[in-house]
Design a protein around this ligand. Structure first.
Ligand SMILES: CC(=O)/C=C/C=C(C)/C=C/C1=C(C)CCCC1(C)C
Ligand SMILES: CC(/C=C/C=O)=C\C=C\C=O
Ligand SMILES: [Fe+2]
Length: 557
């Protein structure tokens, strides 16, 4: 059986290089990494991890296994091959000199333990990638997050915690009973913080997932795992929204209550670890709260979605994945949107809406009449036509085997209109014709200055069909109802992140950063102009990266 481990003896690769000049390819400890990384097949079997002390030199796999160009293929769905790396990249084009800071991107980048392969995209151990921009230059690095779940897997060479779809198999009945107890206490839940990364108003950088214990503080410069983010309040709970709303002045999140179906809306101030309750929403349908991966806010309100795809207590207890994992589709329970006043915690609207499925809200804002009175809340999301099959499409086997087949379910920019005048129902319609973005829509960002405000532009991943996963970057103009699309055949781009130009007055004045996995098994950083959506710079990576989910921008101090 293959061991679960990186080589403890780091391999140093000598010059010469092709893709990057040696001047730019040094890693922190002074060792060099070269061209060989472009000619090694990336398979899930390749990565071995041992109890590597994190101080070991960064290593790149050795050059001996050469494979022909025709054998190279997309590595987005294969495990990262070394625990860490850092080096400078050669930039083609020009990175604007005003772009000073670090783009961090988190995601599940390691999907096996020894011979055991994980099944779902969301199961992988977190890989944090960093692109540091300064003076037109670009330094890249990645590192595995040292969660307890990851460390235990390395130590014991087996799964030790419950991940999104995977659960350790109890050895016997007694172990099963113990396991149930550990599930209720949260002890067996993963802390694998593989979903996103946020910079709090006080500068701390936290990697997150849907388990509360999976909140891990990292150093954005070294990518060191600094420790757990411990909430100092007594709110308890085991799960929260994977996507909090984070600004310089607050951190807002939702805590689903599985016992008495509802959600706590909580707020934490910068410099503290204490969440305070703003208010509570009681669910209106179903046996459990709807899955809440993300939620939007307006200037005065928190929008609490109650999706008919609901947490399911029985499925939580199962060791084997169910078709909808820890969730269940309850169309009879209906879908709702609740609006809570941020200042008072009062619910000012709670409306039934058409059935919907979304992971990601894009933004929300208040609609006003001519006298300036708020009449409705508009909330936009990446909406999957109330079809849950997207969850199954994100199984690794499907992603790996169906490239080029047109199996990506349709999605749209779903726009909710939630009236505040007591009308009991809200609307859900496409904000623009989904053909504009190939009927693929997920992984979105906006100009952060427009959070909660009427906005015009959203950046996201769309589709150029046939495809099995969103394969374009798309700039959506919600006023003109058109999209402009970027596409590199056979490649998979990750979530585009918009960084505004300091001093900008136009909403789209800035750049859009994404990381691309290309069809040759390689990858590159991409910088697009936020306004024209044209490429302004690219920089090739020395090795292909696994797909990553969400990122954030850490401006240079
Ligand atoms: C990667 C991503 O987008 C989502 C990750 C979700 C996770 C890790 C969910 C984990 C869970 C458990 C381990 C048990 C409790 C339910 C749930 C929050 C789904
Ligand atoms: C990658 C993804 C959906 C793509 C479908 O179009 C969803 C990711 C969710 C978690 O962050
Ligand atoms: Fe997400």
């Amino acid at each position: 059986m293959a061991s679960l481990a990186f080589s403890t003896t780091g391999t140093r690769i000598s010059p010469p290089y092709t893709a990057v000049s040696d001047k730019f390819m040094h890693v922190r400890d002074g060792s060099f990494c070269g061209k060989s990384v472009f000619s090694k097949k990336h398979s899930t079997r390749d990565l071995t991890i041992t109890n590597v002390a994190s101080k070991l030199p960064a290593t790149i796999p050795p050059p001996e296994k050469k494979i022909s160009t025709s054998d190279r293929k997309l590595v987005a769905w294969t495990s990262i091959r070394q625990e860490r790396w850092e080096g400078e990249l050669v930039v083609e084009g020009e990175i604007p000199l005003w772009l000073k800071g670090t783009y961090l991107r988190n995601g599940p980048g390691l999907w096996h333990i020894g011979d055991y392969n994980f099944r779902h995209l969301f199961d992988g151990y977190a890989t944090l990638v960093r692109l540091h921009f300064e003076n037109g230059r670009l330094i890249m690095g990645h590192r595995q997050i040292e969660s307890e779940a990851y460390k235990a897997a390395k130590k014991h060479n087996r799964l030790c915690y419950r991940e999104f779809s995977e659960a350790p198999k109890p050895d016997n009945f007694l172990a099963y009973i113990g396991d149930l107890a550990n599930l209720f206490s949260g002890a067996s839940l993963t802390d694998n913080a593989n979903t996103g990364v946020v910079r709090l108003g006080d500068g701390r950088v936290v990697c997150l997932t849907e388990t509360i214990k999976g909140s891990i503080v990292v150093d954005p410069d070294t990518l060191d795992t600094l420790g757990k983010f411990e909430y100092s309040d007594t709110l308890g709970g085991l799960i929260h929204s994977a996507h909090p709303i984070v600004t310089d002045t607050e951190f807002l999140t939702l805590l689903p209550d599985l016992v008495s179906p509802g959600y706590l809306v909580v707020r934490m101030e910068p410099g503290t670890n204490k969440r305070k309750v703003i208010g509570r929403v009681n669910c209106r349908g179903g046996p459990a709260p709807g899955w809440v991966h993300s939620f939007p806010v307006t200037e005065h309100y928190v929008v609490v979605p109650e999706m008919p795809l609901r947490y399911c207590a029985q499925n939580l207890l199962k060791a084997e994945p169910t078709p909808l994992y820890k969730f269940e589709w309850h169309p009879d329970s209906k879908g709702f949107m609740h609006i809570m006043c941020k200042a008072s915690g009062k619910i000012v609207a709670s409306v039934e809406v058409p059935l919907y499925v979304t992971f990601h809200f894009i933004n929300a804002y208040e609609e006003k009449d001519e006298d300036g009175r708020v009449t409705a809340v508009i909330a936009d999301c990446c909406e999957h036509h109330a079809d849950t099959t997207i969850l199954e499409k994100l199984r690794l086997q499907n992603l790996r085997s169906s490239a080029g087949k047109d199996v990506l379910p349709d999605a749209r920019v779903g726009r909710f209109r939630i009236p505040l005048d007591g009308t009991p129902t809200g609307k859900l319609e496409a904000a623009l014709n989904p053909d504009e973005h190939g009927k693929g829509m997920d992984m979105c960002s906006i100009n952060p200055a427009f959070l909660g405000k009427k906005y015009r532009y959203a950046y996201a991943c769309g589709a150029q069909r046939p495809c099995n996963f969103p394969n374009t970057l798309t700039k959506i103009d919600l006023f003109e109802k058109v999209a402009k699309n970027w596409f590199d055949e056979g490649s998979v781009p990750s979530e585009p992140l918009f960084v505004p130009r300091p001093g900008a007055t136009e909403e789209d004045d800035g750049v859009v950063i994404s990381m691309i996995s290309d069809k040759n098994g390689e990858g590159y950083a991409l910088v697009l102009d936020g306004s024209t959506f044209e490429e302004i710079a690219t920089a090739k990576f020395p090795y292909g990266l696994p797909y990553g989910l969400h990122g954030c921008w850490v401006p240079k101090k």
